[in-house]
Design a protein around this ligand. Structure first.
Ligand SMILES: O=C(O)CCC(=O)C(=O)O
Length: 331
């Protein structure tokens, strides 16, 4: 039985929160968002989600046959799955929030939360995805997972048990299933922003405290009985967690929706889930600060992400390389 007394409590003490995430793989920031921010974000989210539903564009998962992440089979082959309520989805995801309201962009720069992300990821990192998960009554628990399932595990000298390009959600490069002494570092951090009160009943994120140090992702059968906690807290609380923490959406057995925003950040050498350099809308980029452009991947990192010169500072959306050229003298 997990003793909640020794586990992290919501705090505004950032030093405490940094110790919590190091030790337990998560921390809870109290009042990360003001009541006005919570209200503005929730109203915008509800409006956006309703419109995406109305236009037949909603992504609905969280049903027994509608698990997020089950996009490929064990060999990485795409499963043709439809994520709609008609096909059994219950919850609603809203993607690419960076394009869907100024309030969402402002939230990215919440100082208390970013201090934790800086602490874990260091000087440079990218936004990997920015979405909402509206967990609705009847939604089932999501399979426990980590957010860096693609991260190769340390191996013995010799060929990798699974080549790098063959790693899938179901197939890590771990021989025998249990890690050795060395484990992979944390390379992404997720933030769950609570836009209404989260509870165990309304689908508060389930997680396994301390699992970030187990050195492997959860195994569906072998870890079926693992004890989980639910992230609970009043609207405005942010749960910041290590990309290695075992977690997933809780089952919503209440009669109300649970509104949560998820921002995932990753090291600059990894591929973000959402492709902002293609998908960010021009009107958003036109008013974006250098800091937002950097988060979205428009800033070149040690020569990576460039179109031509590695010493250019930023790239522009739609920028093309020079292409085939000929000397004017040979024309
Ligand atoms: O909705 C939640 O509580 C967590 C969602 C999650 O784990 C995910 O999208 O990977």
């Amino acid at each position: 039985m997990l003793s909640t007394q020794t586990l992290p409590q919501a705090t505004t003490d950032i030093a405490r929160a940094k110790r919590d995430i190091d030790e337990f793989g998560y921390c809870l920031i109290a009042n990360a968002l003001t009541p006005a921010e919570v209200e503005a974000a929730r109203i915008r989210l509800i409006e956006q989600a309703a419109a995406e539903l109305e236009y037949g564009l909603a992504f609905e998962d969280g049903g027994p046959e509608q698990q997020w992440g089950a996009f490929t089979d064990g060999r990485g082959r795409l499963r043709r799955q439809v994520y709609t309520a008609v096909a059994g989805g219950v919850n609603q995801r809203v993607w690419m929030l960076v394009n869907k309201g100024r309030i969402f962009r402002a939230i990215l720069f919440t100082a208390s939360v970013r201090a934790i992300v800086d602490h874990v990821l260091g000087d440079d990192y990218l936004l990997s995805s920015y979405s909402a998960n509206i967990a609705k009554p009847g939604g089932v628990a999501m399979n426990l997972h980590t957010d860096q399932w693609w991260m190769p595990h340390p191996i013995e000298r010799g060929p990798s048990p699974v080549p790098i390009g063959s790693i899938t959600r179901q197939r890590p490069n771990l021989e025998g299933g249990e890690p050795g002494a060395m484990i992979a570092p944390c390379v992404c951090v997720n933030v769950m922003w609570m836009l209404n009160d989260f509870s165990a009943e309304n689908g508060g994120t389930c997680f396994v405290p301390g699992s970030h140090l187990r050195g492997r992702p959860p195994h569906m059968e072998r870890d079926a009985d693992v004890e989980t906690l639910a992230a609970e807290g009043p609207a405005g609380t942010a749960m910041v967690f290590d990309g290695r923490l075992w977690h997933g959406t809780g089952a919503n057995i209440s009669s109300e929706n649970r509104y949560g925003l998820l921002t995932t950040f990753c090291g600059p050498q990894f591929r973000p889930q959402e492709n902002f350099t293609v998908g960010a809308r021009p009107e958003v980029l036109a008013e974006a600060s250098p800091a937002l452009l950097a988060l979205l991947g428009f800033k070149i990192w040690s020569g990576y992400g460039r179109v031509e010169s590695p010493v250019a500072e930023y790239i522009a959306q739609g920028e093309r390389s020079l292409g085939e050229m000929q000397s004017a003298q040979s024309a």
